[in-house]
Design a protein around this ligand. Structure first.
Ligand code: UGA
Length: 435
């Protein structure tokens, strides 16, 4: 099949690579000339290890090409994916202007039946609005071309995007006609995953509900961690015991300093905004947000209590990205941590394998190092913020000779508490008795 993927950001680039790998011919389109120029040189606008080398290979064998011109591809592509961004507006609502722009372009250029697939994360009800918009554009051209607008949400995780695109747990397709259903079956036919055919509005809701539920699991365990710590229980053991119940499941019960990234915070705000516009307060989700917003501060209060004060202290921050294996710092808890430490007059030295350059733009005056050990030089306390493997596996024994004081606060429960204690550290994790 020939496929156009409009929007060559994270989701678009991953979608393009995954379909090209399955043998389809993919045209990845973006209005950003610089981005397309770089992609033509096989340079990704983001860090995603698995995808990096594949772009060059797929472009080389003609399965994947990059362009700014939708008009040059639309006649040869039977399926058009919309994968542009939907950032948050001031009130938390999703900004649909990019999706609308693409829809107008499609309506302006389309000459025969097309399946248009909305993959961008959009508020519930958007499919119906975009459908009207495309019909309006066609009407302006005095045309009545049939088309199907499908909602096909994506469930990729950053850092594992290609794996998720190739081996999804499930594929959700919100679609209204047999014809479109058949084409989507053909497109995804190779996948062993379960396919759920449903209505567009349900597909849109499934995307938000899934992210909201995962975020709820995280906030649930994080709030419980505060309680465990108070009464001397260990949240990691508690989560392990809970997760053994297949009805609950072990994933997303890892207590820490809260979730970040470009998805959970944005999608939860958008869902809350939409529910509020509809007069339905989502109280549980409101609490999920509240716990997440206060988790970094709760963690830092612990640090402050142990150190007595943060003022004048040298604090080493290990990990800046919102999670490992990405360079993404959007809504990363590290940013709140840095803000708080600076407000409390602490000196910060930070290390991250991939995110440093982005954080440097926001905080140019703090010190950054090129390896984790250097960040620990003369530190009064070490805060582990992102569980990168090279941070977990660093030589913690050697680090003891580098730090000023042996305080380690593990915001991800990534280190082995008893090993750290044996080495001679004062170690504090999240939701566990003090070691
Ligand atoms: C998330 C979803 O997992 C994807 O299914 C979805 O497609 C994507 O959002 C999206 O909407 O585009 P992602 O943001 O890449 O993916 O990251 P996650 O792996 O879900 O982690 C999100 C945050 O939760 C991270 O900050 C992570 O550290 C935190 N987290 C995750 C925890 O604190 N505890 C956990 O147990 C799991």
């Amino acid at each position: 099949m020939n496929i156009a993927v409009i929007g060559a950001g994270y989701v678009g680039a991953t979608t393009s690579v995954s379909f090209a790998l399955r043998g389809h011919t993919v045209f990845a389109i973006d209005h950003d000339k610089e981005k397309i120029g770089k992609l033509k040189q096989a340079s990704l606008p983001f860090y995603e290890e698995e995808i990096d080398g594949l772009v060059k290979k797929l472009a080389g064998n003609g399965k994947l090409s990059f362009t700014t011109q939708l008009d040059e591809c639309i006649d040869k592509c039977s399926i058009l994916f919309i994968t542009v961004g939907t950032p948050s507006l001031m009130g938390g609502q999703a900004d649909l202007s990019f999706v609308e722009e693409v829809a107008r372009n499609i309506g302006n250029l389309m000459n025969e039946y097309r399946v248009i697939v909305l993959k961008s994360t959009v508020p519930v009800g958007t499919n119906a609005k975009i459908k009207k918009l495309i019909i309006n554009e066609l009407t302006k051209r005095n045309l009545k071309i049939p088309f199907d607008l499908i909602s096909n949400p994506e469930f990729l995780r950053e850092g594992k995007a290609l794996y998720d695109a190739l081996h999804p747990d499930r594929i959700v397709i919100g679609c209204e006609t047999q014809k479109a259903q058949k084409m989507m079956k053909e497109l995804y036919g190779h996948a062993k995953s379960k396919i759920l055919f449903t209505s567009p509005i349900d597909a849109e809701m499934i995307k938000y509900a899934s992210n909201a539920f995962l975020a709820a699991k995280i906030s649930f365990i994080n709030e419980l961690a505060r309680f465990c710590e108070k009464i001397g229980a260990n949240v990691t053991e508690v989560a392990k015991g809970m997760g053994m119940d297949s009805r609950i499941g072990a994933q997303f019960l890892q207590a820490g300093i809260g979730y970040g990234g470009s998805c959970f915070p944005k999608d939860i705000s958008a869902l809350l905004a939409l529910a509020s516009e509809n007069g339905i307060p989502l109280n549980i989700l409101q609490a999920v947000l509240q716990v997440n917003q206060t988790q970094p501060e709760w963690f830092l209060e612990k640090v402050k209590k142990t150190l007595g004060t943060l003022s004048g202290k040298r604090i080493a921050i290990l990990g800046l990205t919102f999670k490992p294996r990405t360079d993404d710092i959007r809504e990363a808890p590290s940013l709140k941590i840095i803000d708080y430490l600076l407000q409390n007059n602490a000196y910060i030295t930070a290390y991250d394998p991939k995110g440093t350059e982005h954080v440097k733009k926001i905080y140019p005056s703090i010190t950054y190092t090129s390896n984790p050990l250097d960040a620990l030089k003369k530190a009064d306390a070490v805060l582990l913020i992102t569980e990168w493997e090279e941070i977990i596996d660093m030589d913690w024994k050697a680090a003891l000779n580098t730090v000023s004081a042996p305080f380690v606060f593990d915001g991800r429960n990534a280190l082995d508490a008893s090993v750290m204690k044996q080495l001679g550290y004062h170690y504090e994790g999240i939701g566990m008795p003090e070691f």
